[in-house]
Write a protein that binds this ligand. Structure first.
Ligand code: MLC
Ligand code: AMP
Length: 504
């Protein structure tokens, strides 16, 4: 095999006239047509001078063409670097600079905002819009619909996915071909995906869940996807009767349950509902079974590791747990201070090792060494427990992280910005319960002596550089932050204080 990722996920289908994608306008795209587009993109990227290992940064709306860029990168041996479409130009600037991306693809609307940054970083800037138009597509259309696949090995890099850190600086998690493939193979088998499956795909394709878990498994199985641009209740309801599987964050499931049209009949054709990226409340699990007769299968993963655990397909899917370690994945619970393995039943840090675990953070050897042990165990920052039957539960986090609607938000990044605002002495950012998103962001500010804080002005100021989903839904002022005897801010006490007024 010359290029394991491309050959296994994509190349096997290059002559296939089977449907791969169902699109919102009712049209379909076959595997062969999809791979023809990817080959043209690979041809253009190569003609533009990119060679194996170069990074391709993309901040483009979800579309078949956006997914074809991923396939093109695999075929041309390039590193795919997808970025959340909600990121501001300031945020994207860091990723371009840090990754040294050779080319940046963005929407026409974002071109002018990114032009200077790309120029400064020596990156080529091209556009690819949601409808498939743009300068990148114009160049690529003259390329042949076949492309000589660039040889790669399993340990060559396939993707960088940036993940924020507790220090406020994002880290590029380097994922190899083998990381992605091993997980796709395991999950396809565990969740019984076949070419008969039709996945209702409403997740974004710039994160692990929608890109690797959902798309890679479907590709490996030769299945089909109903490819929706985003989660939209009406579209979900309309399309569910012809789907067999759904993967979503918990917000998908609470929103579906909030709609009376979502019934047992509507879900009758479905064989599997998967949830992950954030904790699924046990009560959602129970309500879902009462409504549809289906037990949601909850699994646990991360950007750095792909999927680590899963509830069983055949056995009991236990509410409030994330199931068992996947085949090939070792999982242990350790003492956060000493790293020693704790006895079964005790709560500690979750550590994982396996072919799914990433290669480290791009150009950050110290960060890599802090989180990835020399024996291959990755320290997840999640706190967990294993019960007597072997089910893993996530009971908390050892990292200061907010998960809102499945998006990770690192308080430090927001605190650094708030601290820079006029009149702000210090700040603390916390997550509080939110009925729709699970958690939402609250910023707590302390004013400098004799200063009045203008909250609206502060909101507007941070809004210029921070993606909307990271912006505090509420800013509050306190005379001081609660601290322990060591001087450390007591976020737990702040969370308790503000949890009393859940944000709807
Ligand atoms: C959107 N908004 C959010 C938000 N999503 N705010 C907080 N948290 C979120 N997750 C805000 C927008 O900025 C906007 O604000 C308003 O909500 C409406 O925007 P929208 O785009 O219409 O939102 P909506 O379609 O309702 O999106 C919600 C959502 C979406 C939950 C469907 O966020 C989503 O698809 N989340 C999935 C994230 C995901 O894929 N995570 C996987 C990470 S991988 P305003 O003020 O402008 O109106 C991973 C590993 C693993 O974690 O284990 O899988
Ligand atoms: P990300 O960095 O976006 O990949 O997010 C990974 C984090 O999401 C993990 O470290 C967990 O904290 C959280 N996560 C993923 N799946 C689950 C789950 N099923 N239950 C609880 N938390 C989860």
């Amino acid at each position: 095999m010359t290029n394991p990722l491309y050959d296994t996920l994509f190349g096997q289908h290059d002559q296939s006239s089977a449907v791969f994608l169902h699109l919102p306008d009712g049209s379909t795209l076959t595997y062969a047509d999809f791979l023809g587009i990817a080959a043209q993109y690979a041809g253009y990227l190569t003609q533009a001078g990119l060679t194996a290992g170069d990074r391709v940064a993309v901040q483009i709306e979800k579309s078949p063409q956006a997914l074809a860029v991923y396939a093109a990168c695999a075929q041309a041996g390039l590193v795919f670097l997808p970025l959340n479409t909600a990121y501001t130009a300031d945020e994207v600037a860091y990723f371009i600079e840090n990754s040294g991306a050779s080319i940046v693809l963005c929407d026409d609307r974002k071109r002018s905002a990114l032009a200077l940054i790309a120029k400064r970083c020596g990156s080529r800037l091209e556009t690819l819009n949601a409808d498939g138009s743009g300068s990148f597509a114009d160049h690529a259309v003259t390329q042949p619909k076949t492309f000589q696949t660039v040889p790669r090995r399993e340990d060559d890099l396939a993707a960088f996915l940036y993940t924020s850190g507790t220090t406020g600086r994002s880290k590029g998690a380097m994922l190899s071909q083998g990381n992605l493939l091993s997980n796709a193979k395991t999950l396809k088998d565990e969740w019984r995906f076949t070419s008969d499956d039709v996945l209702l795909h409403a997740l974004p394709i710039f994160h692990t869940h929608g890109l690797f878990v959902a798309s890679n498994i479907t590709l490996l199985a030769g299945g089909q996807m109903i490819f929706l641009p985003k989660f939209d209740l009406d579209a979900m309801i309309a399309n569910m009767p012809r789907a067999t599987t759904l993967m979503g964050v918990p917000t998908f499931y609470t929103r579906l349950l909030g709609d009376p049209r979502f019934s047992k009949d509507l879900a009758a054709h479905m064989r599997l509902f998967v949830s992950g990226s954030a904790p699924l409340l046990a009560e959602t699990h129970v309500q879902f079974e009462d409504r549809t007769g289906h037990r949601i299968l909850e699994r646990y993963g991360m950007t750095e590791t792909n999927m680590n655990t899963s509830n069983p397909y055949d056995g009991e899917r236990r509410a409030g747990t994330v199931g068992f370690p996947l085949p090939g994945v070792e999982l242990k619970i350790t003492d956060s201070q000493t790293g020693a393995t704790l006895p079964q039943g005790e709560i500690g840090e979750i550590e994982v090792r396996g072919p799914n675990v990433f290669q480290g953070y791009w150009q950050m050897p110290e960060k890599t060494a802090e989180e990835l042990r020399s024996d291959g165990f990755f320290i997840t920052g999640d706190l967990g427990q294993i019960d007597a039957d072997g089910y893993v539960s996530i009971v908390g986090r050892n990292k200061d992280l907010i998960i809102s609607g499945g998006y990770n938000i690192y308080p430090k990044e927001i605190e650094l910005l708030l601290d820079e605002q006029d009149g702000v002495l210090e700040s603390a950012v916390i997550g509080v319960p939110h009925a729709d998103f699970g958690e939402s962001v609250v910023g707590v500010l302390v004013a400098m002596p004799d200063q009045e804080l203008d909250l609206e002005r502060i909101k507007a100021s941070i809004g210029k550089s921070l993606a909307r989903f990271k912006q505090p839904q509420k800013l509050v002022i306190l005379p001081e932050l609660p601290r322990n005897t060591m001087g450390k801010v007591q976020k737990k006490s702040l969370r308790e204080k503000f949890a009393l007024n859940p944000i709807e």
